[in-house]
Ligand binder design. Structure first.
Ligand SMILES: [Fe+2]
Length: 181
């Protein structure tokens, strides 16, 4: 697995592109789309959009243990490359967003690192963005990454991030948090 670190503003992020193949991605997509009706609409991420976050005891990565192990391996490699303490995936959820979907600026409390794995996305119209914490009083100076299908991004959970409104394209993402082992 190729875990590539990058540092947009003094803290390290990781980007992994070879974590999951298209067949497995489609299987997971099917499961999520078949399950999505169980969850209520979630205004914080856009009208008509659905999130399993906080609505259930079922963590999406527990349904796919093989994928969870691969993501855990990527987290381990990310921590190792930074000489950081080991982390364990603590919870996970999915979001399904449709036309005009967005995610308001937020951070993930009670977590050391967070991640997003794009199950379905369009890199031409969808980006995830982070606000530079060092520039909090002098305007936006953030980082952003295209939402590449199959791409996994890991970043420190205290960073404020958001996804802006995009066109017709659907976006399905699995997100997770980690805690110290
Ligand atoms: Fe988030």
């Amino acid at each position: 697995m190729n875990v590539k670190l990058f540092s947009p503003f003094t803290v390290d992020f990781a980007f992994v592109t070879d974590l999951i193949n298209e067949t497995d991605r489609n299987k997971i997509k099917e499961y999520i789309l078949n399950t999505a009706h169980k969850y209520s609409k979630h205004q914080a991420i856009g009208v008509n959009d659905i999130s399993s976050h906080g609505e259930t005891n079922e963590f999406i990565l527990d349904v796919f243990p093989e994928l969870k192990n691969k993501i855990q391996d990527a987290v381990n490699e990310y921590c190792k490359q930074q000489n950081k303490f080991e982390q364990k995936i603590s919870n996970s959820w999915f979001n399904v967003q449709t036309s005009g979907g967005f995610t308001s600026p937020h951070r993930h409390p009670h977590s050391a690192y967070s991640g997003a794995l794009y199950i379905e996305s369009n890199p031409e119209t969808q980006r995830i963005e982070w606000i530079n914490p060092l520039e909090a009083f002098s305007g936006p100076d953030g980082a952003s990454v295209e939402c590449v299908p199959g791409g996994l991004i890991i970043w420190p959970s205290h960073l404020v991030h958001f996804v802006t409104s995009f066109s017709e394209d659907r976006r399905i993402v699995i997100s997770f948090n980690t805690r110290n082992v």
